[in-house]
Structure formats: C-alpha cells, structure tokens
Design a protein around this ligand. Structure first.
Ligand SMILES: Nc1ncnc2c1ncn2[C@@H]1O[C@H](COP(=O)(O)OP(=O)(O)OP(=O)(O)O)[C@@H](O)[C@H]1O
Ligand SMILES: O=C(O)c1ccc[n+]([C@@H]2O[C@H](COP(=O)([O-])O)[C@@H](O)[C@H]2O)c1
Length: 215
C-alpha cells in the first residue's frame, strides 16, 4: 500500500487544541503514516504576534508525544518570505515521489477562502484536500465559493480512497466541533485570562515564559 502523509499548515499564533484535534481526527480517519505540521509565513494575515521561530517552537511542543509519527516541517519559515501552499506542495511532492498520498488538512474557514489561494485549482494535482467542520464556519454550498464547492463535490471520496491515491480527491469530516481559535486565545490572554482549556499546558508555559500575547 502507498504511504500516506497528512499535512497541516497554519499560522499557529499560537497553536491550540483545535489544531491538535484536526490533526488527530484525520490521522485516524485516513490511517495516515505521518502528520507533517508546517508553520507558515502567511501572506493573508498581518501583524502576527509571535515570531516565526516562536510559533515553530510552540508547534513542536504541542505535537510532541502523540501516538502517531509527527514531523515539524520548517521549510516555509526557512523561506523567509510570504509562503504559498502551491510551492510547499511542489517541494514535498518532489521529495516523496509521485505515488505517496498527500492529504492537506484544513478547517471550514479556509475552504471558504480557498479560491483566493495562489494557483488554487492546480493544488488538486499535488494533494488531496481534507476539510473539517469548525463552529462559526458553514460548509454548505451557500457559504463556500461556487467554483470551490463544485471542485470539492466532484472530487469527494471516502478516506480509504484518499489513502490509495496520490492526489486529486477531497474528504469531509463534518463531525469535528472544536470551538477554539487563535484569535479568541490571543484576546483572552490579553485580558489576563489563562485560556488553559484551549492550549496544551506546555504551550501555555512557553507563552508565559516568553511573555507573549500580553498586548
Ligand atoms: N477549531 C478548529 N477546528 C478545525 N480546524 C481548525 C480549528 N482551528 C484552526 N483550524 C484550522 O487549522 C489551520 C491553521 O489555523 P490557524 O493557525 O490560522 O488558527 P486559527 O485559530 O484559525 O487562527 P486565527 O484565529 O488567528 O485566524 C487552518 O486550516 C484552520 O482552518
Ligand atoms: O497558498 C496560499 O495562497 C494560501 C493562502 C491562505 C492560506 N494558505 C495556507 O493555509 C494554511 C492555513 O492558513 P491559516 O491562515 O488559516 O493559518 C497555511 O498552511 C497557509 O499557508 C495558503
């Protein structure tokens, strides 16, 4: 059987339990061999609070010790300029070869935004796309751009089919319902709350040690 790698890209400012739930959910659904977590230098988000290095360190702490293999892939922060997923997928595809199943994970908010991504329709040539529900972001056709909804529906397949093919399919996890966002966490920390139920304890310790998200 082909190897299967799940890819989780994100800003992670900071990483939180919603990211862990998204990764773990699809690792189980897909029966994937590895989760690669890729901290980004996002071109659509201004004024990040933690540095790229701090965000990558928090990601490494959060994803340590899970019951499946995890690789923290620093290629996007190493690029040192705003990053596009198309470039990252091309690099990973060149590294792993044509047959490995690559499954890019995202929440419903990014599906609503997918048609703004660089070369978005070419992305399906390089990977599968797996979308999880997220409170506050609908997955119905009215909330997703028409061209994205069409691509998504046409390519929709079971997780086992994604595992058996290299790229080009989509899959939906409608049952994830983690009401957590980095925006809400930053706001809570700024108010002086600890947000302990939303962030892994090791990440909370890191945030406190580095005086992050105070203002
Ligand atoms: N609670 C969640 N449930 C499902 N997916 C999520 C959740 N939080 C984040 N994601 C997904 O994880 C990826 C990285 O998210 P990101 O690091 O931007 O966190 P965020 O909470 O969305 O941040 P912000 O509030 O700053 O926009 C995106 O694909 C996003 O959709
Ligand atoms: O390639 C793009 O144009 C693009 C535009 C928006 C988001 N992305 C990717 O989507 C992932 C989640 O992004 P975000 O902003 O929700 O943290 C992350 O890997 C980003 O690099 C990619």
């Amino acid at each position: 059987m082909n190897a299967c790698i799940a890819l989780l890209g994100g800003t992670f400012d900071p990483v939180h339990k919603g990211h862990l739930a998204l990764g773990a959910h699809f690792m189980q659904l897909l029966g994937a061999d590895q989760l690669r977590v890729i901290p980004s230098l996002p071109w659509q988000k201004a004024a990040l609070q933690a540095t790229p290095e701090q965000r990558a360190e928090m990601v490494a702490l959060a994803f340590a010790g899970l019951p499946f293999p995890v690789l923290i892939d620093r290629q996007e922060i190493a690029r040192g300029k705003a990053t596009y997923t198309i470039d990252t997928l091309r690099a990973i595809r060149a590294e792993v070869g044509a047959d490995v199943s690559l499954c890019f994970l995202m929440g419903a908010d990014q599906l609503q935004n997918l048609d703004s991504w660089q070369e978005w329709s070419t992305l399906f040539e390089l990977a599968h796309f797996c979308v999880a529900a997220r409170p506050g972001f609908a997955l119905d056709d009215a909330s997703v751009p028409t061209a994205v909804a069409e691509q998504f529906q046409r390519r929709l397949a079971s997780p086992s089919r994604l595992r058996g093919a290299a790229a080009g399919l989509t899959c939906l996890a409608a049952d994830l319902a983690e009401d957590i966002s980095a925006t809400a966490i930053r706001a809570a920390l700024q108010r002086g709350e600890r947000a302990a139920s939303l962030i892994p304890p090791v990440v909370l310790d890191y945030i406190e040690q580095h005086n992050l998200y105070k203002n």
